[in-house]
Design a protein around this ligand. Structure first.
Ligand SMILES: [Zn+2]
Length: 326
């Protein structure tokens, strides 16, 4: 891999290279295509990583502002050296991704996450072991959890969506016998087998708040989750569940409840949050169940692609995951 990425091939040499392509057979052309795609992915990933240094503009070790370029890493990434502390660093130093060996695959991995590929499908596409694909996506997901609204102001809607308690991936110390695939819950309706996720969003916004609650939601658990977000003038629309009746008094806000069997009452409704639940169910379908211990991370992943105005760009997703505002 050439160390100096800034030096492009001369025009005459490049024309000769293009002419030589016509001499290649089909198999060789496919090899050239694959290699060109890999190198382009490398360069694009490194350019994105370099944007983080432009953004933080400081040494990740001592926060010193004077540093210079200091050669390249074995993977071809730009290395920098701080003039204050003398330590070297790269664009990913200080992030969970800095210890990944195949950094040139980061953008391809972000593309797999944008496409909601399962771990096995992503591993096949990236050409890595499924455990590696699993680790890479779990390194990216925690950084997405910060995308929660800071407040619920004006008219807001709230409701819970339920996920089956899942021990997916658990190979020992199971608290119960393993279920066969697609086995229904042993109890009907809301029970300790259903994990509630409180969802809320302001009217006219797709920036949703989500919190995984303990089983069997009640006023205390919902008020603990919503308390830091609501303002005295917040008007909360909710369904007819009994837990919302005392919530208004506890949080000091107005709560409008839609009667059971009705879609709306006057101008009050919870159709936006119901639409959010529909998107959540559709988004989670390819994963065929998510382990409860990872549920909050997967919800953060969903939230990013649900509310971002540029859902189609994996490059923006990667930039956001490494801490560059997009
Ligand atoms: Zn330093």
């Amino acid at each position: 891999m050439p160390r100096d990425r800034t030096r492009a091939m001369r025009r005459k040499e490049f024309a000769l290279l293009l002419d030589a392509l016509s001499l290649l057979g089909l198999h060789q052309l496919k090899q050239v295509t694959e290699q060109a795609a890999r190198l382009a992915g490398c360069q694009e990933t490194q350019a994105l990583i370099a944007q983080r240094i432009d953004h933080i503009a400081a040494c990740p070790h001592c926060a010193g502002a004077t540093f210079c370029r200091w050669g390249f890493t074995d993977a071809g990434g730009q290395r920098y050296r701080c003039r204050d502390c003398g330590r070297s660093f790269t664009g990913l130093t200080g992030t969970p991704l800095c210890r990944i060996h195949d950094k040139h695959q980061l953008l391809a991995n972000a593309q797999c996450m944008r496409d909601r590929l399962s771990v096995r499908a992503a591993a096949k596409q990236l050409g890595v072991h499924r455990n590696t694909a699993f680790r890479w996506r779990h390194l990216l997901m925690p950084s997405l959890e910060r995308h929660q609204p800071a407040a619920l102001e004006g008219v807001a809607e709230a409701d819970e969506v339920f996920f089956r308690l899942s021990f997916k991936g658990c190979k020992r110390d199971m608290p119960r016998l393993a279920y066969r695939r697609a086995m229904p819950a042993t109890k009907r309706g809301i029970s300790a087998e259903q994990i509630p996720v409180l969802t809320a969003l302001c009217r006219g916004s797709r920036h949703s708040f989500m919190a995984v609650l303990p089983p069997l939601p009640n006023t205390a658990s919902v008020s603990t989750a919503l308390g830091p977000l609501v303002k005295p003038d917040t008007v909360l629309c909710a369904d007819s569940a009994g837990l919302y009746k005392p919530l208004g008094k506890k949080l000091g806000i107005t709560v409008w409840q839609i009667p059971s069997g009705s879609h709306k009452q006057g101008a009050n409704h919870i159709q936006n949050v119901n639409a959010l639940h529909s998107r959540i169910r559709g988004w989670f379908r390819p994963f065929k169940g998510v382990a409860t211990k990872y549920l909050d991370k997967y919800l953060a992943w969903f939230r990013y692609f649900d509310h971002t105005p540029h859902p189609a760009k994996a490059s923006l997703f990667l930039l956001d995951a490494i801490g560059v505002p997009t």
